[in-house]
Design a protein around this ligand. Structure first.
Ligand SMILES: [Zn+2]
Length: 306
């Protein structure tokens, strides 16, 4: 299934909503603490759930949050002054925030942030309380879900911070694994984000079953669970199908039951019919096979044999 693109005005609005939250948290280091996000949203629900990005309102929100925190626990203000972080007016109250000692399952982390995404996107509000079955057709539901996922990706990967970090690394599965560890997110969601935002050159990611060890429910007509094109891939390689990609992957993959499954060159045609070479690499995490394909070069046209 090809991922639904979030673009244009909606993408801009979601980016702005998320960057307000990141600024409100004082631009934290990864991994993002979701307890802190929830606490910030609780303290000023109204401001963080509006597309308002005016500086004055941001300042008023900081004051409101600072006041609420001060009233709840006056020593917080003293902490803030001590740490010279008064400008942020946001010191997470670790006594109030119940930090879950158990390591949260990575998948829950994504699901929870997806829900936070719905809750901060103002135009999702009418869909969240009504009978979604009747108010949303399938396409509309797909868009709403894609937008919540987009917000989750923006938030969990701290926007520009992840873009800077990933651009400094080569486009390999190893880099994706490293970034997943740094940001405390799943390898799949990290791969997704890596493709969506970071690359100028055409790239594609595929999440599928093990190409050489299909399970009984494998559907050969829809072999990819997710087919994630980068913006430039979407633009220039719009006719490439998941069947072509999967056939290319199957070609070089080994039968190994875990870890690196192999790498190889895959030829793909652009929208004008010219062939290009992509370097593909696959990894099996024992549940899903993750593949990263990045553009290498244009195919040389027929080479005369002398
Ligand atoms: Zn949802």
């Amino acid at each position: 299934m090809k991922s639904t693109e979030v673009a244009g005005r909606e993408a801009e609005d979601i980016k702005n909503l998320v960057s307000k939250i990141i600024r409100g948290l004082g631009s934290p280091e990864p991994p993002l603490n979701l307890e802190h996000v929830r606490e910030l949203l609780r303290l000023d629900r109204h401001y963080y759930r509006s597309t308002d990005t005016g500086l004055i309102n941001e300042f008023i929100s900081r004051m409101r949050i600072g006041t609420k925190q001060f009233l709840a626990r006056p020593t917080l203000l003293i902490d803030a002054i001590r740490k010279f972080e008064l400008s942020a007016l946001w010191i997470p109250d670790s006594r109030r925030i119940m930090v879950d000692k158990a390591v949260p399952k990575l998948k829950w982390r994504w699901n929870e942030t997806h829900e936070i995404g719905h809750s901060i996107i103002p135009w999702h509000a009418p869909f969240l309380h009504g009978d979604t079955q009747t108010t949303l057709n399938l396409k509309c539901h797909e868009i709403i879900e894609a937008e919540a996922n987009y917000a989750a990706g923006q938030l969990l990967f701290l926007q520009d911070r992840f873009i800077d970090d990933s651009r400094s690394l080569p486009a390999t599965i190893e880099s994706v694994k490293q970034l997943a560890a740094d940001y405390g997110n799943t390898i799949t969601s990290t791969l997704w984000r890596f493709i969506e935002e970071t690359s100028e050159k055409p790239m594609v990611a595929i999440v599928s079953q093990h190409p050489k060890r299909p399970k009984p429910d494998f559907d050969p007509l829809q072999p990819c669970k997710y087919f994630i094109p980068s913006p430039t891939f979407r633009h220039h390689f719009g006719k490439v199908t998941e069947l072509q990609l999967f056939a290319g992957i199957k070609d070089y993959c080994s039968y190994r039951s875990g870890g690196h499954l192999g790498n190889g060159e895959v030829r793909l045609a652009d929208d004008r019919g010219a062939f290009h070479i992509f370097e593909f690499e696959s990894f099996f995490n024992r549940y899903e096979a993750l593949t990263l394909g990045s553009y290498k070069s244009q195919c040389r046209t027929a080479v005369a044999v002398l």
